[in-house]
Design a protein around this ligand. Sequence first.
Ligand code: ADP
Length: 256
Amino acid sequence: MRLILLGPPGAGKGTQALRLVAKYGLVQLSTGDMLRAAVKAATPVGRKVKDIMECGGLCPDDIVVSIVADRIEQPDARKGFILDGFPRTVPQAAALDRMLKKRGIALDAVIELRVDEDALLKRIENRIAEMKARGEPLRSDDNPEVLRQRLVAYRKQTAPLVAYYRKQNVLRTVNGMAPIPDVTAAIDKALPPEPSTPKSKPVRNGAKRATAKARKPKAAVRLGKKSSKRASSPRKSAAAHKSAAQKTKSGETARP
Ligand code: ADP
């Protein structure tokens, strides 16, 4: 399963991603985490984005796209992934479309966590106060002023993705203001049937259960893709596996 969690800062994307990871065995690909790791390690990418992140702006598309392209190639992402914090601009979404198409895969759903902005500010201020009280380190962009800037960036650059994915017919909107377990339940309900767990789904009215094979092209059609044949080419996937195995063996990672 390949999912995107879409929503402004503080909407609960990270919390829900962790729950989805535990339930479906997917990997969470958080561009925020990857970029923070790059800043911490003072890599060339980290040095480029440090100031932008501290001000609450968005990092350049080419940097973020290349990080994600490397990361989804890793063996652990082949089973499926949740993108948390990516894409954040229309050009990033278009780049992701091209990336997935090249690999013959498709998105299963884009979950929009819809939240009320005033409540968001309060939510984040509470989170900051709680972390301070527990003596936990704060993120350098975790303060009300930068948060406002992050919200501006969201409204201007990321919110247009709602229409982008609605047009692709993969958008599912969930009320992100509900209690955490209710949001999780709403996301579960909004997800398409999961091919790897069909046994847990009740079969109603004696209807035949769709096989994973039968469902796959449907996802591709939803994204306007003509075919997902390339993904099923045994020669190609064997070669891809081999190169992934070699990468792992040689200890290569996608971290910027
Ligand atoms: P948030 O709490 O705002 O969802 P994230 O951890 O996802 O925060 O991201 C933190 C910062 O990292 C963003 O404010 C931005 O500077 C940078 N960032 C993360 N993902 C992207 C992206 N896809 N495109 C551009 N910048 C990004």
